[in-house]
Design a binder for this molecule. Structure first.
Ligand code: SF4
Ligand code: SF4
Length: 407
């Protein structure tokens, strides 16, 4: 099951518990000082206030990403930066507010819910292994078998896709010169999701849908039943499908409205799973946001960017006058208080930004270096690494939260 976290919300997979070693408390004073010097510990705005003010940030751990150690460390670092095992560990270091925890489901086949797979024994020995190089999640690990141990004297490739790290971006598929990689897609079970929501330790649900039809969406929504009442937020994540985007949103809202007792949010998935590729990846999500923010016939709900978001997203929103600006005369607010999550006429046009691949990349390279050099599991055991990771997280999140980061 996939989770994301922050006011914040985190998408974090539901995982078996891992016993982490206790942290070295006395070495964490530098981290406390850094967080306190930025005043982050004293910021007590709720996730809903963040959405209303346009400074909501969501960390997407990845709907299919299930490496519990990385998720825990990412959550810890981003919670300290203003974004569960990891969240609680962060709150033991510095008393920061608890972010919401969000899980992700899909109503049909979806890019975010798939895993790459191949049989390494089928790979030619002389392949230069471009799949391994291109994978942004270090989810492919291959090595040539020792010829002395080879069956029949012919060495084969060993290893393959580390399933728990693969988040389905698909970049390995076109680079394989021998067409050896396929994908396995899956759909989350509505009954299992309902059961999880009833445990009351999840704050928000993100539904990934194609934005092209509502049949599967209705079936999932009906399947979730009154478990929806346990949530504070329902997010619908969908790609830009052009002129039909608004009509599909309205159709989905009509399906949700009778059972919706919490806030709702539209996640505009501009260019899915691409934020780490480069500066221009954020363009689609901004274009999508500009169009929807101007649409007076869209249904109620906060708007939040995702898909291609990176360090350039805030600048793009500012250029279009959408960064933390208020929607004064929005038709969606014409009757003031909604029976659902009450939005006000002066709430931000864009509630916030979700960061996925880019957020994982900037902190992930520090986690990789820590794990390869020190074989540590918990990042707080190495305050130097934690400080470096926190600086990276703050450089990204701080632009939305408007922290004054010392240079
Ligand atoms: S789909 Fe993406 S994350 Fe998965 S193995 Fe291929 S490149 Fe890596
Ligand atoms: S690129 Fe294709 S053939 Fe080469 S190692 Fe990767 S999966 Fe195997």
């Amino acid at each position: 099951m996939a989770w994301s976290c922050f006011s914040c919300t985190a998408s974090i997979p539901v995982q078996p518990q891992v016993n982490f070693r206790p942290s070295n408390q006395k070495c964490l004073q530098d981290v406390r000082n850094m967080v306190k010097s930025l005043g982050i510990h004293s910021i007590r705005s709720s996730p809903v206030d963040s959405l209303k003010n346009g400074n909501w940030v969501k960390l997407i751990c990845g709907a299919s990403f299930e490496d519990v150690v990385d998720i825990r460390n990412l959550s810890l670092v981003y919670t300290l930066a203003g974004v569960n095992q990891g969240i609680e560990a962060a709150r033991e270091i510095v008393e920061v507010g608890r972010p919401w925890v969000m899980i992700s489901v899909n109503d049909d086949e979806d890019l975010h819910f798939r895993k790459a797979e191949f049989d390494p024994a089928d790979c030619p020995q002389d392949c230069s292994r471009p799949c391994e190089i291109v994978c942004p999640a270090n989810a492919i690990s291959l090595e040539k078998e020792n010829p002395q141990q080879a069956i029949f004297g012919i060495p084969v490739m060993r290893g393959g896709v580390l399933t728990e790290r693969c988040y389905g971006c698909g970049r390995c598929i076109p680079v394989c010169p021998y067409d050896k990689i396929s994908v396995h897609t899956y759909v989350r079970d509505a009954a299992a999701t309902s059961e999880l929501l009833r445990r009351d330790d999840i704050d928000a649900l993100e539904i990934h849908t194609s934005g092209r039809q509502t049949l599967h969406f209705k079936s999932l929504w009906d399947g979730l039943g009154d478990a929806i009442n346990h949530l504070r937020l329902v997010a619908v994540s969908f790609p830009d499908v052009g002129d039909s985007s608004i009509s599909t949103m309205n159709a989905m809202y009509s399906i949700m409205e009778p059972g919706l007792r919490c806030f709702n949010l539209w996640q505009l998935d501009g260019r899915p799973m691409s934020g780490d590729i480069g500066r221009g990846a954020t363009r689609e999500s901004i274009t999508f946001a500009v169009r929807l923010a101007a649409a007076s016939d869209r249904p109620r709900g906060f708007l939040q960017l995702a898909g291609g978001t990176n360090a350039h997203t805030v600048a793009g929103l500012k250029k279009h006058g959408l960064f933390q600006t208020k929607s004064v005369s929005d038709e969606n607010f014409k009757d003031g208080q909604s029976t659902v999550g009450s939005l006000r006429p002066l709430d931000a046009s864009i509630g916030g930004i979700a960061y996925g691949g880019y957020a994982r990349k900037v902190v992930g390279r520090i986690l990789s270096s820590m794990q390869s050099q020190h074989e540590l599991t918990c990042i707080e055991e190495s305050p130097d690494y934690l400080l470096k990771a926190l600086a990276e997280a703050l450089a990204l999140v701080g632009t939305v939260k408007c922290y004054e980061i010392p240079s």
